[in-house]
Design a protein around this ligand. Structure first.
Ligand code: ADP
Ligand code: MG
Length: 244
């Protein structure tokens, strides 16, 4: 696909005898917002983790921002700096403030001096609407605020793409909206995003493309209006019917 920033081709992943990804092709254009849905165990997390090589695919090819992620000559730590990742669990350091958590990544990964790191971390916290919580510890923040700190930690590194794996699944319902709002704003700022989530209303409203995975394969994909409004595959229909 011309202009693709992520280009995964024929990706297979086995865990022992378990064949988890069965030849997945996924291209994502710059600034595109791709939403991945599908039943539990279908390989969504494994696919995301292969994209930044947290998992090593068994075969296939993965290019991200012009870098061959599977080439042994690729400096994988450097390549990963351009791929922000947000998980269901926020994994913040409890003994460090929000500002400390975000600036630590900048100091460790980019080697920025403390003052510069804290300035950039403060700006990232502003972007997730937590400028006034910079001095708070994770335990003093709601789950939604903690997840927004985790998003700030990722965007502070100025990634070229962002991967989200069920970013709101661990949150109480009243806290989900604030995280989705931040994701919406990120998308409006031009960030390329691949999001695994069960927030179907959000997908309908905000995604450019919805990808439906089942049993390690992409069964169907297209604009949200098509995939949700007129799914062509029986398994998609069953899945959507179940969720809504
Ligand atoms: P999803 O995110 O769609 O729920 P996953 O990618 O997490 O699916 O998992 C797909 C399948 O791979 C599941 O059967 C899961 O148990 C298995 N799996 C995932 N990670 C591992 C692992 N590290 N070792 C063995 N099996 C795994
Ligand atoms: Mg998963």
């Amino acid at each position: 696909m011309p202009g693709a920033i992520i280009e995964a081709r024929g990706v297979h992943k086995h865990f022992g005898a378990l064949h988890v990804l069965k030849g997945v092709d996924l291209s994502v254009a710059e600034r595109e917002f791709v939403f991945v849905i599908g039943p539990s165990g279908s390989g969504k997390s494994t696919l995301l983790r292969c994209l930044n090589r947290l998992e090593q695919p068994s075969s296939g090819s993965i290019m991200v921002d012009g870098t061959d992620m599977l080439d042994v000559k690729t400096d994988i730590n450097k390549a990963r700096q351009r791929i922000g990742m947000v998980f269901q669990s926020f994994n913040l350091y409890p003994h460090m403030t929000a500002l400390g958590n975000v600036s630590l990544a900048l100091r460790k990964v980019l080697g920025m001096p403390r003052a510069a790191a804290e300035a950039r971390a403060g700006a990232a916290l502003e972007r997730v609407h937590l400028g006034d919580r910079a001095g708070h510890f994770p335990g003093q923040l709601s789950g939604g605020q903690q997840q927004r700190v985790a998003i700030a930690r990722a965007i502070a590194l100025e990634p070229r793409v962002m991967l989200f794996d069920e970013p709101t699944s661990a949150l109480d319902p009243e806290l989900v909206g604030g995280v989705l709002q931040v994701m919406r704003e990120l998308r409006e700022s031009g960030m390329t995003m691949v999001v695994v989530s069960h927030e179907m209303a959000f997908a309908r409203a905000a995604a450019d493309r919805v990808v439906f995975m089942a049993d390690g394969e992409i069964l169907e994909q297209g604009p949200p209006a098509d995939v949700f409004g007129a799914p062509s595959h029986a398994r998609t229909r069953a899945f959507i019917g179940q969720i809504e």
